[in-house]
Design a protein around this ligand. Structure first.
Ligand code: FE2
Length: 489
């Protein structure tokens, strides 16, 4: 999220875009692989109106969904705001009516409604395709159903009334063996509650199973992991309370006194079997994947040592510590036979990476060899003269990290480029893990434009095979997904 953190900067690459776009036949450098037939969807935030408070979190910007559509070696682009209730109300008023990130007590009286905080969701975090439907997600509300071709907002989706949590995660997990979606909502019964509702949704889009549980203390649950049999809940020191919110403060605070926990429970149970492992302080945001190994669970994740978000203050008043905000790829083992409540942990690579990692979706929930994410290689050339001063930290490489051998391969994006999250696209017809493409958007600071980069995941050192050039800065992405034409049909 490095560059997303610059959304509020005036004139920088991630300054608000404030337009919707269509490019019918994009300029391409290189050669688009002919077997790519589908769409790369991205969701991020773009302020329609400036935030009400200058120190607000960048995560409070309006949801924006975009799509690169691939067909017959050609690519088109489309970008639209998600028409949330909040967007529509702000647009009607011609100004920002809403206050701090996830604090309805700070909203304009005309829209203030703390009993229904999920109605002010922004749908600005991730896209999802399941059961043939496209959604834009944010963890403080329900999914927004989106037309996959026009990107028009069709409405809020509550699974026919079967989804009882007030919220829906931005990181549902799709089981490649069953076609099921395992998803959850936290703050499930209202602001600052520690209720977590977990759902299994069948490949037909209907809710099949519900588990209601609670976390040891009220906290943010941004991402989880799912194995073939189990549901894994990493949680750490981001806290809030109704007192904090009623005092008109920002939603999340980092509490150094709170231990990190990882909960493990069966996907098909009632939650009564949940076991909490307790570890050293960690900031646990995104995961790569997890899988069962008998009575053990192996979890791969790029966790930090401490508070990552500079705009979420420490409760003890200490300043933000960047030395603890570095994500290292870790292998974490949870032994369900052990009498100890500790987990074991190994750092697999000695350098930090971007905490936006993906695996081949065909191995989600299953034993995994490769993780993919962007990172900053300081040994690569950086052309400061051409890139100018309007850049943030440079993430110049996409990496394939081999968890078995400890090796990694990298694709360098160029001396004036910084990379957002990459997604893995399986090569049509292939079966082997890691056989496919990496795809993600780069910021070209020299040209002040966005470029979609496509690389062969098995030969990253060869560089990208194609770039799709947009003649403008596209709205900052948080997460993206690839969907083949068959998935969209
Ligand atoms: Fe995320």
């Amino acid at each position: 999220m490095t560059d997303f953190a610059l959304v509020q900067t005036k004139g920088g690459f991630s300054a608000p875009e404030r337009f919707e776009a269509e490019v019918a036949d994009c300029e391409v450098q290189g050669s688009i692989p002919k077997d790519l037939d589908g769409s790369f969807f991205r969701v991020g935030g773009d302020w329609l109106y400036p935030p009400k408070f200058a120190d607000d979190a960048v995560l409070n910007s309006d949801g924006y969904i975009s799509a690169f559509r691939f067909r017959n070696g050609r690519v088109s682009y489309r970008g639209r705001y998600v028409r949330t209730r909040r967007y529509e109300r702000d647009f009607a008023a011609g100004r920002q009516l809403y206050g701090y990130y996830r604090n309805p007590y700070t909203d304009d009286p005309s829209v203030r409604d703390p009993e229904h905080p999920n109605l002010r969701t922004l749908a600005n975090t991730s896209p999802l395709i399941h059961a043939g439907r496209l959604f834009a997600l944010k963890e403080d509300g329900l999914p927004h159903h989106i037309d996959p071709v026009t990107l028009q907002t069709l409405g809020v989706w509550d699974f026919g009334g079967a989804w009882k949590s007030q919220t829906f995660t931005a990181h549902p997990k799709l089981d490649p063996l069953t076609g099921e979606m395992v998803a959850f909502g936290y703050e499930a019964t209202g602001l600052a509650t520690n209720d977590v509702f977990i759902y299994t949704v069948g490949r037909d889009g209907r809710v099949r199973h519900e588990i209601r549980t609670r976390t040891p203390y009220m906290t943010m649950l941004h991402d989880v992991a799912v194995t073939h049999r189990r549901f894994i809940i990493p949680m750490c020191g981001y806290i809030t309370s109704l007192d904090i919110l009623k005092a008109g403060k920002i939603h999340w605070w980092w509490d150094n006194s709170k231990p990190a926990y990882i909960g493990v429970l069966a996907r098909t149970g009632d939650g009564g079997d949940i076991r909490w492992f307790k570890g050293p302080q960690r900031c646990m945001m995104h995961t790569f994947n997890a899988y069962d190994e008998g009575d053990k669970v192996v979890l791969y994740a790029p966790f930090w040592d401490g508070n990552f978000f500079p705009f979420f203050p420490n409760t003890d008043g200490t300043p933000f510590d960047p030395s603890r905000a570095r994500a290292f790829i870790r292998r974490i083992t949870l032994d369900l036979k052990s009498r100890s409540d500790a987990w074991t942990e190994e750092i697999l690579y000695p350098f930090p990476v971007v905490d936006l990692g993906k695996v081949d979706p065909r191995v989600l929930t299953l034993p995994t060899r490769y993780g993919f994410t962007s990172f900053a290689d300081p040994k690569r050339q950086f052309d400061a003269a051409r890139a100018g001063s309007l850049h943030g930290r440079i993430n110049n490489c996409y990496g394939r990290f081999d968890f078995q051998t400890g090796k990694f391969d990298a694709c360098f994006a160029g001396p004036t480029h910084s990379l957002q999250e990459c997604s893995f696209v399986p090569r049509p017809g292939s079966r082997e893990e890691g056989d496919g493409y990496l795809m993600g958007v780069a910021q070209n600071y020299a040209q002040m434009r966005s470029e979609l980069i496509i690389a062969d995941a098995r030969d990253l050192a060869a560089g990208d095979v194609a770039r799709v050039i947009l003649p403008f800065r596209s709205s900052a992405q948080v997460h993206g997904i690839w969907a083949s034409s068959q998935e969209l049909a």
